[in-house]
Design a protein around this ligand. Sequence first.
Ligand code: SF4
Length: 300
Amino acid sequence: MPRTLDPDLRRALAARIRYYNEMGIYDFYRRPVSARTEDVGAPIVVDEQEIALSINTESGEEMSPRKSTAVAVPVAIEGDENIFEAIALKPEQSVSDPVKALKIIREDLGDCTRCVLHKQGRKQIVFGVGNPTAELMFVGEGPGADEDEKGEPFVGRAGQLLNNMIKAMGIEREQVYIANIVKCRPPGNRQPERDECATCSPFLMRQIAVVKPKVIVALGATAAKTLLAMNASMMQLRGRFYDFKPAGVRSNDPDWDGCKLAVTYHPAFLLRDPRQKGEAWKDLRMVMKELGMKAPKQNA
Ligand code: SF4
């Protein structure tokens, strides 16, 4: 006999899942527990476990397992199969215009106080900038002093270098979309903490799902590790593509099921160690090949 969830329990589950999402937890796994009626209302169990995540690379190599948090939920409730998918729908997903959809995400972010960075000297939230339908997206770590001042990512010295890198690819900054893992300036330009990245990045995931790029370039280790949810050195992370899907959200475009992700050095690092610029250029050439772009003559 098919059973449906009690409306109160359904609301409680929805609230619990929103709570986990706010904490940066998006992966929910059904654990086969008893389907008896009295078990359905049992407390939800949260436990840490290793979820082996196969990341398809060009070489077909399997990457390290991803640490994830699994949430066990009641199962075998006919008629409620789509409850979690329905809950995961974001307000912007009913909007086809990407400009409007990004505006909805920005409004949802509001005057955000979700992590401690809101009270550590930020002047403003730095949301993201660029072409809302860009094929190429750059994701950095977080705003610095210049970005905090102007409210736009990558506008300081590192931004100038990023602009030059984009130009070297034969395109303009306005053609790409640029954002950061955290949207508020960490004090003293320190690296954002893991919990800050986990709290803020769901908004970035939603931006990615709206822009639907073909390729994302993660600038630096913090961006790469957060997006890929894996811990590895830059040497291990660079030089290959990863299949990437924004965690916790689905695009409203059935034809977009994620994109490629490449990792390169953060421009701020390249300013400190210009010898690595050649390596970064190799990464960008790999991206250009994927996108079918040709370098301008002077860089060819
Ligand atoms: Fe909110 Fe992100 Fe700023 Fe933290 S860094 S306060 S989550 S906008």
